[in-house]
Design a protein around this ligand. Structure first.
Ligand code: ADP
Ligand code: MG
Length: 475
């Protein structure tokens, strides 16, 4: 180890002692020393957001820790390191791979079998050894609402990335309760990715991972394993909470590291955040938490209503006589609050009733049919004051700046973010939000919300920033 590396270890220890373990692991765990020359320390972090956060909150502290180690250090330079996909070479069909077990061959993604990979063909996915896909679970049928905007944007970004593009966040980790659309999003990524024919996307349930993938890996040598992974551009694993067993976890960890280090995208869904996957060991958990962790909240009433409308439209393509009046949909959206599966269940019952009895769907019928799907629930309420306070703190402006009529760039963006959060996290109307932001017009609020919605889809640093704000507010 060089002198500089040793200094870096001591600097990190110092930092950790000063800021505490939590802060350290949130912001500095993935910071690396790139270079120390002419009194300038160059440090790298994996995302732009980390860079700007550290720059604005900890730059002086980091410098001071360095100076305590090495007096000649005069300046810190932060850079974003990019994990660029290193693949342009397609895997060659290797004789020994072809001769190995079925599972092993499937890694070879059909190269050498003479079968072309055609767009949107489930065969492509199955040839890779993936779990079956449901043709209905695509981006087109995924309805976007306040609780899943970010997850959907991140998923689309992953699906649209091309071979050779830098990997923005790795892994992308989506967590949500049952029936809130995790599988839907993951399969949408798989369909879209394979249709674009850019990178091979492999969708696996944790179960399939355990019983298929891992056993296939075990028949391989380390070299063949690496070769096999080269065929996979994006690995998607659903329901990670079901991953069990020490050796499976070791294989998982191995796969995860190999893929991420090679610049391949990994996407994971689970019913809980990485920190709560108790059975996984710390290193895996921190690796999982090291990309973008996005939570999808419960489906809001508006979103439930939109999902129901979309469902009826698709049901009508098979059952043209099935007609559900909007008030019935509104009633279901209002009362069946639990999750997407119950919404589907409610409509299926109406459809069955309608088909079997020939009666048209009415509110009375709906009340009778869905009674047992109605469960009470207590949504977490976020207050506008809290949003203003937390946004102001993050952007280093005052709350009165947010409410003021100042239009300088450093307050306009935070104000828009705060309004956007007020619209997406509370049930307040646009006019009311306008009033709470220094008596602005509702069109100003709407403009802010649209503006941020538009930016979040393209600007992942902002998306990540907003996600962190949301998490702070929903804690
Ligand atoms: P999870 O994997 O999180 O348990 P699923 O993805 O299986 O949930 O979703 C349950 C049901 O709800 C599916 O039929 C799914 O299509 C539907 N659903 C959930 N969220 C949405 C959404 N945003 N748009 C459309 N359908 C949705
Ligand atoms: Mg699921």
């Amino acid at each position: 180890m060089s002198n500089d590396d040793e200094s870096w270890l001591r600097v990190k220890a110092r930092l950790r002692a000063e800021v505490g373990d939590d802060v350290f692991s949130s912001w500095f765990a993935r910071m690396d020393l790139e270079q120390l020359a002419d009194g300038v320390v160059r440090l790298s972090v994996p995302t732009r957001f980390l860079k700007s956060w550290i720059q604005s909150h900890y730059a002086e502290r980091v410098l001071a820790c360095w100076q305590a180690e090495q007096e000649q250090v005069g300046r810190i330079e932060l850079i974003v390191r990019s994990a660029v996909l290193k693949t342009t070479v397609q895997p060659k069909p290797k004789a020994e791979l072809m001769a190995a077990s079925d599972g092993a061959r499937s890694f070879n993604n059909g190269a050498g079998t003479g079968r072309p990979m055609s767009a949107g063909d489930p065969g492509v996915h199955e040839a890779l050894g993936g779990s079956p896909l449901d043709a209905r679970l695509t981006f087109d049928s995924f309805v976007v609402g306040r609780s899943n905007t970010l997850a959907q944007a991140a998923a689309r970004q992953v699906a649209a990335a091309r071979r050779g593009d830098p990997v923005m966040f790795n892994p992308l980790y989506i967590h949500a309760g049952v029936g809130l659309g995790k599988t839907h999003l993951l399969q949408a990524i798989t369909w879209a990715g394979n249709a674009a024919n850019e990178r091979k996307v492999l969708y696996l349930t944790a179960e399939k991972f355990m019983y298929g993938f891992v056993s296939a890996l075990r028949t391989q040598t380390a070299l063949a394993f690496k070769e096999a992974l080269r065929g996979i551009g994006v690995l998607v694993i659903d329901d990670l909470q079901f991953l069990q067993g020490k050796s499976t976890q070791a294989e998982f960890c191995h796969t995860l590291n190999a893929l991420i280090d090679a610049g391949r995208q990994v996407v994971i869904a689970s019913d809980r955040p990485p920190s709560e996957l108790e059975s996984l060991d710390d290193r895996v958990r921190s690796r999982l938490a090291g990309g973008l962790v996005v939570e999808m909240g419960t489906l809001g009433e508006e979103l439930r209503f939109e999902i129901l409308k979309a469902r009826v439209v698709s049901a009508r393509s098979h059952h043209p006589s099935f007609d559900v009046p909007l008030p019935v949909l509104a009633y279901i959206a209002k009362t069946v609050t639990h999750n997407g599966r119950d919404l589907e269940g409610a409509l299926n019952r109406l459809l069955a009733h309608n088909k079997l009895t020939g009666q048209s769907v009415t509110l009375e019928m709906a009340e009778r049919e869905v009674r047992d799907l109605i469960r009470p629930q207590e949504p977490k309420r976020v207050k506008i004051e809290d949003i203003q306070r937390i946004v102001a703190r993050q952007y280093n402006v005052s709350r009165s700046d947010l409410l003021s009529s100042r239009r300088t760039a450093n307050v306009v963006r935070p104000r828009q973010v705060a309004m956007y959060l007020a619209k997406t996290l509370t049930l307040r109307s646009l006019p009311e939000i306008g009033r709470r932001f220094g008596g602005r017009d509702h069109t100003t609020v709407l403009h802010a919300v649209r503006k941020i919605e538009g930016l979040v889809g393209n600007d992942m640093a902002l998306a990540e920033e907003i996600e962190i704000l949301k998490r702070q507010l929903q804690e």
